[in-house]
Design a protein around this ligand. Sequence first.
Ligand SMILES: [Zn+2]
Length: 310
Amino acid sequence: MKRILLLLAAMAVIIGSIPKVAYASPIAPSLSVIIAPDQMVPASAGYVYIGGGHPLTVRASLDGQPLPVFWAGDGYEAIFSYGFDEPPGDHTIEVYAENPLTGEQISRTQTVTVLDYAYPKEQIALPFNLIPLLDRDLNKQEVSRLDAIYAVRSDQGMWDWPYALPVPGGIITSRFGGDRTYNGGLWAAHHTGIDFRRTVGEPVLAAASGRVAAATLFDVRGNVVIIDHGHGVFSQYAHLSETYVTIGDPVLKGQIIGAAGATGRTNGPHLHFEVIVNGVTIDPLRWFALAPNYVPPREVDPSVDGSTGS
Ligand SMILES: [Zn+2]
């Protein structure tokens, strides 16, 4: 009994020491807008970020056309992208946000310039046995098949920065965008991804969380995994020797989804990695670099390394 009384006395002291709550007006973060970058090369993407709490009334447009805006966990975002064929010129982004609780409003108009930029020309020579994979119709059919996958726009809930390299300690052997001519003109196309040096069987990791949109065989890309990250963003992993996921599977960033290989049109084992935003392939490293504190991966000279493919 004495112990209970002591306990009650101790509790009274503790409760008495809790400070009285001061009721003041709630503190709401101020609205802020970031639009980046303001200069872009063809085949790259940018974003609009609106901070200042949830819920907000938010609108964004690009050249007068509405941009889909989504809640990204700590703010609202909209993303825009331009393909390889985008001519140089200025575009106008307009953003309006309002906090319905405080009545605060913000509006921003910013010009985004697509630069006059040409990707370097590359000559690729493939061995004789791969020449059938330079067929024009076959290549167009593969792109159509991919476009159908990228046309599905899903909402995965949360936006997912930063992205991670699909291979640990990845070394790049071929950059994005090269304006390639194959075997003296049998086929010409931009390099739609970046190539990482890999040996057959090395693990390939999901660059961000999402859901598997395809895990199947393509003629040119070989065994491919495509992950839908939501809001029109996809990543693609090609020339795999094995795939460890199937369509519909949820995947987490860093999860092993397959093994590197040399399937499809390639003259050596490597990982070909693509990022697709709003239906167009963009430079994955420029996409990664939109996140703060981004550290670019090492590169090697493909002419020295010799492991580049397609
Ligand atoms: Zn490639």
